[in-house]
Design a protein around this ligand. Structure first.
Ligand SMILES: O=C(O)CCC(=O)C(=O)O
Length: 352
């Protein structure tokens, strides 16, 4: 039986390949292994300000109107996060996704490993432990471009999961284009601006699964980060744990039935010349219930150059950010993510 060694490198290798659940089972311990213990600066030192404020809620049922654009502009300026309701994705689909993703992580370990390809994380699908020593495991699936996606590798278990994933791709592609056009209009840009800025857009999902932690004060389900991409649309279950930073305070993004949680990524902050914020967020662990969320990401292609939209730069001022090739941005982003307290510093400097 393969056992994780106790050096950092061996634990990391085991975690990335097998995930937290399997690692804890093989170690058969009641203490959090050193590998998962976050540096003090990254722990949940600051408790969330519970119910003081909530992220805004955007209702897509109303027809496109100035009020809708104002509400979206406000949400993106103040929070970078909002709930989305009446989004057009059937409730039965949301329920099926929540059930199937949960069931996937309950499959026998060998069954989950079967979906992996030799390309690992870069392959069309991947199961393993989440990055950054987070107490979380992940299932990643690439949707687009077609050259990076291969439905033949999508998980066939639990029964019906593969066709559900196809439905999810269709619903979320449509929804993400709709949200990006509303955000474009809210910035006074034409409605295709943000989607066209992606070039040949990349889209994917990461299903995050955090088992209960032995000590949630030492571990994190997802470390503090902003998203480097254009837009993220999250379907979370009813467990809770997602938190967003506003000013210097943390707020719970409590589960809201039948809603998505939308957050803008760094590229919207850059394109908007810092009018809109890509906010830091994190997921805290608990010690009682597993938590599952499905995050859909839409991002520019690596060779696309992104910079502030010229019409959003005041003629008497310089742009807040230089133009940058997205692939270079991404490489820097992940390099910095390996340093303590990193979040892309050029972006964070503009936060108040
Ligand atoms: O699990 C969540 O609710 C948030 C996921 C997230 O922040 C991410 O995948 O980047």
């Amino acid at each position: 039986m393969e056992l994780p060694g106790n050096t950092h490198a061996e634990m990391r290798r085991f975690h990335r390949k097998h995930g937290v659940t399997e690692l804890m089972m093989r170690l058969n311990t009641h203490e959090v292994p050193e590998y998962y213990v976050k540096p003090v600066s990254e722990r949940r030192i600051v408790e969330a300000d519970e119910d003081l404020e909530q992220i805004p809620c955007i209702n897509l049922q109303a027809p496109m109107s100035e009020d809708l654009l104002t509400a979206v502009a406000r949400a993106c300026t103040e929070w970078g996060f909002f709930y989305l309701i009446n989004h057009g994705v059937p409730v039965s689909h949301l329920q099926d996704m929540q059930r199937c993703t949960r069931e996937f992580f309950s499959l026998p370990h060998q069954e989950k490993l079967k979906i992996n390809t030799p390309a690992g994380n870069a392959g069309p699908v991947h199961f393993g432990g989440g990055g950054n020593r987070d107490w979380r495991e992940v299932l990643r699936i690439h949707f687009a471009p077609i050259s990076e996606s291969d439905k033949d590798y999508w998980p066939s278990k639990p029964v019906g999961f593969r066709s559900l994933l196809e439905e999810h791709e269709n619903h979320l592609q449509r929804l993400s284009v709709n949200i990006l056009s509303i955000i474009s209009l809210s910035l006074g840009l034409n409605e295709d601006f943000l989607i066209e800025a992606c070039g040949e857009a990349k889209s994917s999902i990461t299903v995050n699964h955090a088992p209960p932690s032995l000590d949630p004060s030492l571990t994190m389900g997802h470390r503090t980060h902003s998203d480097p991409n254009m837009l993220t649309i999250i379907l979370q279950d009813d467990v809770g744990g997602l938190q967003v930073q506003k000013g210097n305070r943390w707020f719970n993004v409590r589960p809201m039935e039948n809603s998505f949680v939308v957050n803008i990524g760094d590229q919207v902050q850059i394109l908007s010349n810092a009018k809109y914020k890509s906010c830091l967020h994190r997921v805290v662990n608990n010690n009682h219930s597993p938590r599952t969320s499905t995050a859909f990401f839409i991002a520019p292609s690596r060779n696309t150059t992104i910079g502030p939209a010229p019409v959003l730069v005041d003629e008497n001022e310089s742009p807040v950010y230089p133009n940058m090739v997205y692939g270079d941005y991404l490489d820097d982003f992940y390099e910095q993510a390996h340093c303590p307290d990193s979040s892309y510093p050029e972006l964070r400097e503009t936060e108040n």
